[in-house]
Write a protein that binds this ligand. Structure first.
Ligand code: AMP
Ligand code: MG
Length: 369
């Protein structure tokens, strides 16, 4: 009897081993949204995995053509360069994807009390972050441009077809996003948008949806530090993903993930040193119109939706440590974060205790509950 049972277990083990080994991994890399992107998909055979990767590339390139601030016939470019009427408002018809991103952004703008603000583009441009021609603008110029940054003044004035009600931001269903409708928006004179803090997360969610539709069960996307995974590894175990060392070198921590995303915003990603010798980073405080100055190096969000993880990593960076913890508690702890501070402290949420391994000698480690 005992021998029979051992034999059954052995056979199951062999079947599992064979099915996991029969999965072929295909890796595809490309550059889109100013980012080097890699998709690794496991499939029944190399051909099906490669076909799925190709669909992802096409989808990301399609979205880039809609959301780019610089491609001249992109929808965002059209919004940003629209001509206002005599009352100072312009009216633009936009695609479902843009409608969806504006709706989500309005929710996040309110939720984060303006820490997340996609209407900072005129300010960010003035600092030279769009061209690399960096400068510190005058106080007058900054206040003048901040006048255009009240994102709540954008309005979706008309839906062009009936649309399913949008779920709460936490339960965003990206198949619905596709069936979201075209709409007409109105925006005040001077307002210009930049979805740089949310677009890659949305593209990742779309990529996961595309992979699912193509029948993939197991995939990992690396969109320049935005990691999103579909399912588990083919053997059923979690993916292990590293958190970048802000000071260079090997990752400072590894986190186990399945069906989720891990998205980091770091002050080290893009910055310049001003004539005053100070460091100015690419993440902006919408209250001051200046690059954020606080004691954080990076904020990593772990949650299910890329759009949410991307927006929140930027937002919590803007908030700073104390407000980020408050926000997380007020939101009912419905996502996880890992924050690295300039004084080499690590702060992470309690639910990560089982899935995080530290690989760096931090001066202090705090687990928040
Ligand atoms: P991320 O690297 O995801 O944190 O996004 C940063 C990018 O989003 C910047 O390069 C800007 O284009 C834009 N951005 C900067 N500050 C903000 C902000 N407070 N809210 C929304 N977008 C921002
Ligand atoms: Mg972001």
């Amino acid at each position: 009897m005992k021998n029979e049972r051992s034999l059954v277990f052995f056979l199951i083990f062999c079947i599992l081993l064979i099915t996991s080994c029969s999965q072929k991994m295909e890796s595809t890399s490309f550059t889109a949204m100013n980012t080097y992107m890699t998709v690794k998909t496991y499939g029944k055979n190399a051909k099906s995995a490669a076909a799925a990767n190709k669909l992802v590339k096409q989808e990301v390139e399609r979205l880039e053509k809609i959301f780019s601030t610089t491609i001249e016939d992109s929808e965002v470019y059209r919004i940003n360069n629209s001509v206002p009427d005599n009352n100072g408002f312009s009216t633009i018809s936009v695609m479902p994807e843009t409608t969806y991103l504006i709706e989500k952004s309005l929710e996040l703008y309110k939720l984060t009390n303006g820490a997340f603000n996609p209407a900072l583009y005129p300010v960010i441009k003035e600092w030279g972050f769009t061209t690399g021609d960096y400068k510190i603008p005058s106080k007058e110029k900054i206040s003048q441009l901040l006048e255009f940054s009240d994102f709540s003044k954008i309005e979706i004035s008309e839906k062009l077809m009936s649309t399913p009600p949008l779920d709460s931001i936490l339960k965003a269903d990206h198949d619905k996003a596709l069936s979201s409708t075209a709409s007409i928006i109105t925006k005040p004179i001077g307002m210009q948008l930049d979805f740089g803090a949310i677009g890659k997360g949305f593209a990742g969610d779309r990529a996961i949806a595309v992979l699912r539709e193509a029948g993939a069960k197991s995939a990992l996307l690396d969109f320049g530090g935005n990691i999103q995974v579909l399912g588990t590894k083919p053997d059923g175990s979690d993916w292990t993903v590293g958190i970048k060392n802000p000071w260079g070198g090997q990752p400072v921590a590894a986190v186990k993930l399945r069906d989720s995303c891990m998205i980091t915003s770091g002050g080290y990603e893009r910055f310049f040193t001003g004539e005053d010798g100070k460091k100015y980073i690419h993440i902006f405080d919408s209250k001051t119109g200046r690059p954020v100055k606080n004691d954080l190096e990076s904020v990593t969000i772990i949650c299910r939706e890329g759009i949410y993880g991307d927006a929140l990593s930027t937002s919590l960076f803007v908030m700073g440590l104390d407000k980020a913890i408050d926000f997380w508690q007020q939101r009912g702890r419905d996502f996880n974060f890992v924050i690295i501070t300039k004084d080499k402290s690590l702060v992470y949420t309690a639910a990560l205790e089982k899935s995080i391994s530290l690989l760096f000698d931090f001066d202090s480690v705090q687990i928040v509950k």
